[in-house]
Design a binder for this molecule. Structure first.
Ligand SMILES: *Cc1c(COP(=O)(O)O)cnc(C)c1O
Length: 361
């Protein structure tokens, strides 16, 4: 590397993000349960909308995303002017770091927090700070112990990935209330819909300047490939983010597809019902096999084995049965596998494979 082209401080400390595997060598069509994707795919309405939008690809998309923001606002009962749309929620999360943290500032997250939070902090030149969890749960007091006058952002996924555990409203409110003025609490709601009765923190955002919520079309809506997410924040925060957001960040195809997905509430309800049924089956089945797991509030379950060697052996056994799950050593769980909740047949396949792993015939 020539010194003339030295990257900004922090950037060379970033390790490239590793996504969930999608191939098994020698297998043509593996069952992919490694990236928390929707096993039912996306709403058929999305295909219709995307096909229609593809007729006019010579036109630039809108810069204000007003139709998509209106659809989101109507469905969630929010103010459209306080919504910002991004290329996945990743973009909104990264814009927050760019806008509110820099050299000398701290960005706080927790021990088993999502791998991208460190990348967002380092990209902005800020210092990542990690607070310990307790029994695979975010601990509000331990988090608060790590807040300093330099803390500008706190990233929390609720429910969390890869643990599937969640803080309740009372805990979230206590956290938001205890934060100093200069500190923005970012509630990453990638799995918010799967946590029954939870609004993703929307009411907290409405009532406070220092809370931001992000949401995505990548998980429940089955649109990880389309790359659309959104955030809900105070007017001030949204105004700041809009200044650094690329004006044409979302393609016309992405905007049309996401709007159609948001408006198809019937499909969403079917997916949520299916997820909660199959999540209960997967959780119960794992426990019957003596594989420990916490109650998950998301669309995946963290299956804990005796140690790293057993988790790796289970992973290899699942692979030989054509099933891809996620090793989560990088999240501080060398002994665990994160398994996305699939359809009924998928869950049966996982449980059968793990039963034969436990008791080879
Ligand atoms: C999947 C996921 C996201 C969503 O990313 P997109 O950019 O919206 O696809 C955000 N946070 C967490 C914790 C996730 O697991």
């Amino acid at each position: 590397m020539t010194t003339a082209m030295r990257a900004q401080p922090g950037i060379m400390d970033i390790a490239l993000y590793q996504g969930g595997a999608s191939q098994i060598e020698g297998q043509t069509d593996p069952l992919k349960l490694s990236s928390n994707e929707n096993p039912l795919g996306a709403s058929p309405e999305v295909t219709v909308a995307v096909t229609e939008a593809a007729r006019t690809l010579h036109r630039y998309p809108t810069t204000d995303h007003v139709r998509l923001r209106t659809a989101i606002a109507e469905v969630h009962g929010l103010e459209p002017d306080r919504i910002i749309c991004g290329v996945g929620s990743d973009e909104v999360l990264t814009l927050l770091a760019m806008a509110f943290a820099g050299p000398g500032d701290e960005v706080l997250y927790t021990e088993h927090g999502f791998g991208l939070y460190r990348i967002f902090a380092l990209s902005a030149g800020a210092t990542p700070v990690v607070a310990p969890e307790r029994d695979r749960r975010i601990d509000v007091d331990r988090l608060l112990d790590h807040v300093t006058p330099a803390t500008r952002l706190i990233y929390i996924a609720n429910p969390a990935n890869p643990t599937g555990t969640a803080l309740d409203m009372a805990e979230l409110t206590r956290l938001a209330d205890a934060l100093p003025e200069q500190c923005l609490l970012v509630l990453d709601g990638a799995y918010a819909e799967f946590y029954a009765g939870y609004d993703g923190g929307a009411a907290l955002v409405t009532a406070r300047e220092n809370v931001v919520m992000t949401r995505t079309f990548s998980k429940l809506y089955g649109l990880g490939g389309l790359r659309v997410g959104w955030g809900y924040a105070s007017q001030h925060v949204v105004d700041v983010l809009n200044r650094i957001r690329g004006p044409f960040n979302l393609s016309a195809v992405a905007l049309a597809g996401a709007e159609a997905a948001m408006r198809d509430r019937g499909f969403v309800e079917t997916c949520l019902r299916e997820n909660s049924e199959q999540r209960a089956r997967l959780t119960g089945g794992l426990r019957q096999l003596g594989i420990a797991c916490d109650e998950s509030q998301a669309n995946f379950v963290l299956a804990r084995f005796a140690d790293e060697a057993e988790a790796r052996a289970a992973d290899a056994h699942l692979k030989s049965a054509g099933i891809l799950v996620r090793l989560v050593k990088g999240y501080g769980f060398p002994e665990a596998l994160r398994i996305t909740v699939g359809q009924s047949d998928d869950v049966t396949r996982v449980l059968d494979a793990l039963a034969s792993f436990r008791q080879p015939t």
